[in-house]
Design a protein around this ligand. Sequence first.
Ligand code: GLA
Length: 388
Amino acid sequence: MTKGELISSFYEAFGPGTEPRVFFAGGRVNLIGEHVDYNGGHVLPCALTMGTWGLLRRRTDDRLRFYSLNFPQAGVLEGTLSSVRFHERNQWTNYVLGMLFALRERGIVLNSGFELLIYGNIPNGSGLSSSASLEVVAGAAFRACYDLDLTNVELALLGQRAENGFIGLNSGIMDQFSIACGREDAAVFLNTGTLSYEYVPVELHDNVILIMNTCKRRTLADSKYNERRAECESALKALQKKLPVKDLASVDLRTFEANKHLIENETERARAEHVVYECARTVEACRKLRQGDLVSFGRLMDASHDSLRDLYAVSCRELDTLVNEARACEGVLGARMTGAGFGGCAVAIVNRDAVDAVMEKVGTAYEAAIGYPCAFYVASIGGGPREL
Ligand code: GLA
């Protein structure tokens, strides 16, 4: 959609008047470092050029009016600034309301209502963070239209707070951070314990990042996510009986091996093992990417998936099928699930000349095994939120 088309849709939804301001924020794909961002580990995500557009026009009263081109059947949804609360229906507006909630917690209340039109081209439930993208674009629009003094890192933290405090998902900071602080053609190597970060150029030479979407609707994902987080906290407590560590990411491999018996619960021990090894793998993978050693990078992606499947138990038959089929193809350097899991997407590094054959082969095998088709996107890495 062009900016002009979006603005026309805005007038259709809300009527004529002042021209709305137009903002954009991307989605994200994580290359490696999965389920470590709530354990203080490093992650290596990239912002995507796929994302969410938000058009905002201020009102003079305190009414809030929302319209999504992705859910036209819902029509214009209404609210007021003075009654910001979670809606069981009208799901998508909760991410925007969550941002207002998070702002209010910081003592920031907008001084007038608004009209907001949203359009996104990230497939919903694909694990490419359509929700974080929505939070960040809403935050960027509020910042600009209400002159709020907020950095991109603060936008990310507000987004996480919206998830944790309003939506009820105890997510880490990776999604919002990579979207709010993304840079074109670079991955964000983020230490989620300190929020210090560096940009790492994604130079893949003859290869591309291929995203493979299971197209499986996620259902149990949210409750399982919070369960994994609780298991990690419990494992950490067990280690802390003896070790002075602040999070699982602070436990090195040798210390973990020497002390893992402290975690009596076998499931929790496996979860912690994934986290400790995934943290080490991510640091190593980043080094390999910087050195241009994509073969080793691919192997680390493979190991990450296997650990998420066997130790962390967040993969599923659909994701395993994509990953196994991709790995069996010529020209694939590595493949793994990306994001929370239980559905959503897998990501692979694939030789450019092999991409068509890989999509053909994986696509056919997937449909035969699962019964419905998957989808593919060649990722292009975008920058942070911006006004258009
Ligand atoms: C979801 C969460 C992130 C992160 C990933 C798993 O995307 O929102 O914070 O935990 O899962 O790595």
